[in-house]
Design a protein around this ligand. Structure first.
Ligand code: ADP
Ligand code: MG
Length: 449
């Protein structure tokens, strides 16, 4: 069987759903693989998975069986957009919809590529790694419950919590492990109220062996969701199930910032461990491991250059390395210090632009270009507007933890347009000194904000 079946299935779905439904739920699905009895697909978030499960999976499965003329398994798992094409290994069980199992609960929300073997242990995460390893080597709920990982953006919290999930699953394929962000948890909760399906929501979350709940700082001020999580926690904890939380701050700090007292005290009731920023040596080790995975040879000086210039977080390090590797692979350029400097200059030069938002970038860029924000968001392709828009793409990509898809969404564009826009404007900035002056002015204004 080939991808053609997926294309056909998609067409059938397109005909039976509204355009809006199709774009929201079916379009983000990616084809992974197909063989004679199973079709494997991925979706970007656990939230998408749950939605498909609740609303479309039955229909998809029937359409597929009709298309192929026999019973096919439909295997859907979550793979974040930024991670390498994640092909599930034998640890992820395929499901047939006829089994009526809940794909979300049946471990499909784990990112297969976030494993311990891909996690570099460094000075910044030794303790967090050791605690996570301990949890993954102990029956659920018997080590630290909960384990609470905290630290800044892009330092490996999400990666580690998935690593625990993947390792536990490898030992016992029948464990019910679910990963979800706090935002998705809230959205599902709110929907369950609207649809009067709270029982289903509770069954989903209270019958887990392991709950991985990411970025709980999101729940601040979300009173009702906090209460629901408190009850979820108690249900799981009472049955000795494992919970891992992550956050950008400690449970104590969350409490000071307004998290429900009882919930904060539960969160802090196990072990909380910080992940800090990586040292130079760890940054270099991570770069080397990533390049090795990509099977690319990189001169030592280039590792030095990148590790020395990007001190903030590991996601930015990966971004920098990926750009160098992309240029090397796509344009056949040899990787040298000069080449890396040229590509990464926009990332290095303005290291001290911090904590800016998309709106800040949009505002400062439109001011310097003497355009309106609406111009930048418009479909117009005059060269001024185009340049300004591409600068917004570049700056957002450099300074905001937004994915390319999110940037595309903000600007009403498609993902490939963002990639080509960034590449184009980086080239223009090298050649066009008037443009570079404007760019520098925007940076200055962002710093001065
Ligand atoms: P956080 O959740 O803390 O914001 P992530 O877990 O999403 O950070 O990590 C950001 C990126 O950096 C991911 O692609 C992740 O795989 C990678 N990463 C983080 N820490 C490490 C590490 N110690 N070794 C290898 N890759 C790492
Ligand atoms: Mg994270």
């Amino acid at each position: 069987m080939s991808e053609l079946f997926w294309d056909e299935l998609k067409e059938k779905l397109r005909n039976s759903l509204s355009a809006n439904e199709f774009d929201t739920w079916i379009k983000p699905i990616k084809f992974i693989s197909a063989d004679s009895d199973a079709l494997t697909l991925s979706v970007p978030t656990a939230y998408n998975l749950v939605w498909l499960e609740d609303n479309y999976l039955q229909q998809m499965s029937e359409l597929l069986n009709n298309l192929v003329g026999r019973l096919m398994r439909l295997h859907i798992h979550v793979a974040p957009e930024s991670s390498p094409a994640a092909i599930p290994d034998e640890t992820s069980p395929a499901i047939t919809i006829n089994e009526r199992v809940d794909a979300f609960v049946r471990n499909h929300s784990l990112f297969p590529s976030y494993t311990f073997s891909r996690f570099i242990v460094g000075d910044n995460n030794t303790l967090a790694h050791a605690a996570s390893l301990k949890v993954s080597n102990t029956p659920p709920g018997m080590a630290y419950s909960p384990l609470f990982l905290y630290g800044g953006v892009g330092l490996g919290k999400t990666h580690l919590m998935h690593a625990v999930g993947n390792a536990l699953l490898k030992k016992n394929i029948n464990l019910r492990i679910a990963y979800i962000t706090s935002e998705e948890f809230m959205n599902l909760f709110v929907e369950s109220i609207q649809k009067k399906s709270q029982t289903k929501f509770r069954n989903r979350f209270r019958n887990l062996d392991v709950l991985l709940l990411d970025d709980v700082q999101f729940l601040l001020k979300k009173e009702e969701t906090m209460r629901e999580l408190f009850n979820t926690f108690n249900a799981l904890h009472g049955q000795k199930r494992q919970i891992i939380f992550t956050s950008d701050r400690t449970p104590q700090q969350l409490q000071l910032d307004g998290l429900d007292d009882r919930l904060a005290s539960r969160m802090g009731g196990g072990l909380d461990v910080e992940i800090r920023g990586p040292s130079f040596e760890t940054r270099k080790a991570i770069l080397m491991a990533k390049a090795n995975e990509e099977k690319v040879q990189i001169p030592n000086e280039v590792y030095y250059l990148i590790a020395d210039s990007i001190e903030t977080d590991i996601r930015s390090l990966e971004n920098a390395l990926n750009r160098v590797i992309a240029e090397h692979k796509l344009l056949n350029q040899e990787i040298t210090v000069d080449m890396a400097k040229r590509i990464l200059r926009p990332m290095f030069a303005e290291k001290n632009v911090r904590n800016v938002s998309f709106e800040d970038i949009l505002r400062e860029t439109s001011n310097v270009f003497k355009l309106s924000k609406t111009d930048i968001r418009s479909k117009s392709r005059t060269s001024q507007i185009n340049q300004a828009r591409q600068i917004v793409m570049l700056l957002s990509n450099n300074y905001i933890p937004m994915s390319l898809t999110e940037i595309a969404g903000e600007l009403g564009r498609e993902h490939p347009t963002i990639i080509s826009g960034i590449r184009h404007i980086e080239g223009e900035l090298q050649k066009n000194s008037r443009l570079k002056e404007k760019f520098d002015e925007i940076i200055e204004n962002l710093k001065a904000r």
